[in-house]
Design a protein around this ligand. Structure first.
Ligand code: ADP
Length: 448
């Protein structure tokens, strides 16, 4: 096992990785930007190295500075967390060249599954359901028109290298497809340095489901079943749960096994998430593969008893997965609310500044993953998520009841958060009955 691990991240996920390191007897080392100098998680690391100014481009995204920090502190491995450099195959390659273990897939497996066109091709080969659409990058508009006529409008134009919802355009007719192709190509070229785009059928009403998979370096891959992340606003997930309510377990098992085959076929080690949209006929269509730990991993940990972050570290150190597919059993129900420092009454404007009051909830089945506390000053530079509140119960109804009470107990101020929004969403019939699609939150906010 590693002696020291460097955490190339911040906030709640840095703290989550510190906790996993401690359980494994590993010394956790942090890097931090000047804006995070007083980050409460840093005092739990054995060492912390400043890597530059607040803007991520000058610190958390600087490969050279992170590698220098790793060399000075003499670590064996780097955990990238999520966001920042976590899906950067070049970073994984630099780590390998410097003989520092990257806690995640090889650069080759990351590049293959991170490219949406390449991932879709491999997914088809292993029998995963994908969206109808173009098989590869589209070269000319006429080709796109032909595919769109075949699959029928509306279609969505997407960038092979896309992420964070960028490089996507919905087209409802030929005219908007022509415009969408060009603007998506330009946006993708500017944002990702790769202008390759493709099209697929656009689903108006869908649920977002994803399968968690773990792979090791010995050719094993095991899935940990699904999460439902249908509660979203502007493609940002707000509430996630496991298992998904009201789905066909036989269909789910088939898709989950195929997702594990995809990870095996890519010779992938570490944690991966295969994302899908489920249409109203309950058919799955693969969206993309995320080649890192996800924000919402705790709900899967609670219903499977598997510690995903610890397993990521163990497989990176060369250990075999300690369980087989048949050992993984679902028990109970877990729901997570993302607590963002945003003002739901002012168009979700991000809130920076000092938290004066922070009273954490507790009680049976409550887990809080957060780096925030009273006196913590939220810097303006990063994502607005300041924590995740997760409730576990024997079934969905009891998990909802525990989560409602925990949200009532949770006091944060004067900084505005998404807590009141979660309280309202958990009362809607759409959520309670799991009769929802990825746009229900936006309709709810508009008062529809
Ligand atoms: P990104 O990597 O930018 O997050 P995804 O492929 O995961 O891109 O898509 C992001 C979101 O866009 C999805 O969660 C979904 O809400 C929407 N979306 C993507 N593809 C489709 C589609 N074919 N039909 C309907 N919505 C889609």
């Amino acid at each position: 096992m590693f002696g020291r691990v460097l955490i190339a991240n911040r906030g709640e996920i840095a703290l989550r990785i510190i906790r996993a390191c401690r359980e494994l007897g590993i010394e956790p080392i942090c890097v931090f930007s000047e804006a995070d100098r007083d980050g409460p998680w840093l005092k739990h690391a054995d060492e912390a190295v400043c890597i530059g100014p607040g803007p991520a481009k000058e610190s958390y995204l600087r490969i050279d500075r992170i590698i220098s920090a790793a060399e000075i502190t003499n670590v064996d491995a780097i955990h990238p967390g999520y966001g920042f450099l976590s899906e950067n195959a070049h970073f994984a390659e630099v780590c390998r060249d410097c003989q520092i273990e990257f806690i995640g897939p090889s650069p080759e497996a990351m590049a293959q599954l991170g490219d949406k066109i390449a991932a879709k091709r491999l997914a088809k080969q292993v029998g995963l359901p994908t969206f109808p659409g173009s098989d590869g990058a589209l070269e000319d508009p006429e080709e796109a028109m032909k595919v769109a006529r075949e699959i029928g409008f509306p279609v969505i134009v997407k960038a092979a290298a896309g992420g964070g919802g960028r490089g996507m355009r919905i087209a409802r007719n030929e005219e908007s497809l022509r415009l969408g192709l060009e603007s998506a190509r330009q946006e993708a070229a500017a944002a990702f340095g790769n202008g390759a785009v493709y099209i697929e059928k656009f689903l108006e009403k869908a649920r977002h489901l994803e399968i968690q998979v773990l792979g090791d370096k010995h050719g094993n891959a095991v899935h940990l079943y699904e999460r439902d992340c249908t509660s979203q606003r502007r493609h940002q997930k707000l509430i996630e749960e496991a298992p998904a309510p009201n789905i066909d377990p036989a269909k789910r098992d088939q898709v989950a096994n195929a997702a594990a085959s995809l990870i095996r076929a890519a010779k992938y080690s570490g944690a991966a998430t295969v994302e899908f949209l489920m249409d109203r006929g309950a058919d799955f269509h693969m969206l993309e593969v995320n080649t890192r730990v996800q924000v919402e991993h705790p709900v899967t940990e609670l219903v499977t008893g598997v510690d995903i972050v610890k397993e990521m570290i163990r497989v990176a150190a060369g250990e075999k997965l300690p369980f087989k597919q048949s050992d993984v059993r679902l028990k109970g129900h877990a729901i997570e609310c993302r607590i963002n420092a945003e003002d739901p009454d002012r168009n979700f404007m991000p809130q920076a500044g000092r938290i004066e009051t922070f009273a954490a909830p507790g009680g049976p089945g409550i887990r809080l993953d957060s780096h925030a506390r009273s006196g913590y000053r939220i810097p303006p530079n990063y994502d607005s998520m300041i924590g995740k509140l997760i409730a576990f119960g024997p079934d969905r109804t009891s998990a909802i009841a525990r989560l409602r009470q925990a949200l009532r107990e949770f006091e944060i101020g004067p900084v505005k958060t998404t807590i009141p929004l979660h309280q309202r969403l958990l009362e809607t019939a759409h959520f309670v009955n799991a009769d929802f699609d990825i746009h229900y939150v936006e309709r709810f906010l508009k008062g529809e």
